[in-house]
Write a protein that binds this ligand. Structure first.
Ligand code: B30
Ligand code: ZN
Length: 255
């Protein structure tokens, strides 16, 4: 599909998408000395994330990210009135020289970031939910470099060469999507923000896990160097700059 926006002109997003200049935009920098510990934050409970042996999953290069479609049998139970069901996961990254996470911790970028996008089950689908105040919950994980190959990430990364061209897709076998997230889901930050791309709707309850995920240097390079966007240009640096907090509070589930 055609996009009305790109990462090189993110300063101009708000001229075509009014929400992009709102006061609850994402991503943000998380200043760890200014977060508020909240002992009452409900723990993240995931259901149905193990897709081993179930239907194949569609992996797509949509020209601005690498995206895996997910079934609505995957759910977050948050301890509120609402259940959030999964729609897709995708990634943001940079280059070997430029770390490309969207959120930063004390002004430092990680090499990459995973977003698992869920919508409130009271709405019919992601598109319906995206503009509703209680519409979306995104789980974010920071991806760093470790010494070992990450076998779980390899299930996605080994398919990249099949979808190097924009708008191409492939199928990968079901696997345990829980294993793409950090071991501990207990330590996280929570704040109210937006889609990090146009139309920038301010409808996302963000959860960012404190513990990072590790992939090997080779695996990160595969993410950074394989996919192409329009005019056969390298798809990289698909991250938005941190946005102002405008008085929002960032909560932490831990000390
Ligand atoms: S994020 O997690 O904040 N990065 C959407 C979902 C999550 C995030 C950003 C955007 C989203 O659902 N966007 C609308 C659907 N589109 C349309 C579009 O901009 O044209 C994105 C898509 O592919 O599926 Cu490209
Ligand atoms: Zn994202």
């Amino acid at each position: 599909h055609q996009h009305q926006w790109g990462y090189h002109d993110q300063d101009t997003w708000s001229s075509a998408f009014e929400h992009c200049s709102g006061k609850s935009q994402s991503p943000i920098d998380i200043d760890t000395h200014k977060v508020f510990y909240d002992p009452r934050l409900p723990p993240i409970k995931l259901e149905g994330y193990d897709l081993t042996g179930s239907a194949a999953l569609t992996l797509i290069n949509n020209g601005h990210t690498l995206q895996l479609s997910l079934p609505s049998s995957m759910r977050i139970m948050r301890g509120f009135d609402h259940v959030y069901v999964a729609a897709q996961l995708h990634f943001h990254w940079g280059t070997t020289e430029v770390p490309g996470s969207e959120h930063t911790i004390d002004n430092v970028h990680f090499p990459a970031e995973i977003h698992v996008v869920h919508y409130n089950s009271k709405y019919a689908n992601l598109t319906e939910a995206a503009s509703k105040a209680d519409g979306l919950a995104v789980l974010g994980g920071f991806i760093g470099i470790g010494l070992h190959e990450n076998d779980n990430y390899e299930k996605i990364l080994s398919a990249l060469t099949d979808i190097s061209i924009e708008e191409s897709n492939t199928e990968i076998p079901g696997f345990n999507v829980r294993h793409l997230l950090p071991n501990s889901l207990e330590r996280f930050y929570r704040y109210n923000g937006s889609l990090t791309t146009p139309p920038c709707f301010q409808t996302v309850s963000w959860t960012l896990f404190n513990d990072s995920i590790r992939v090997s240097r080779r695996q990160l390079a595969a993410l950074e160097d394989t996919l192409k966007t329009e005019h056969n240009k390298l798809l990289s640096k698909n991250f938005r700059a941190p946005q102002l907090l405008h008085g929002r509070k960032v909560l932490a589930s831990f000390h």
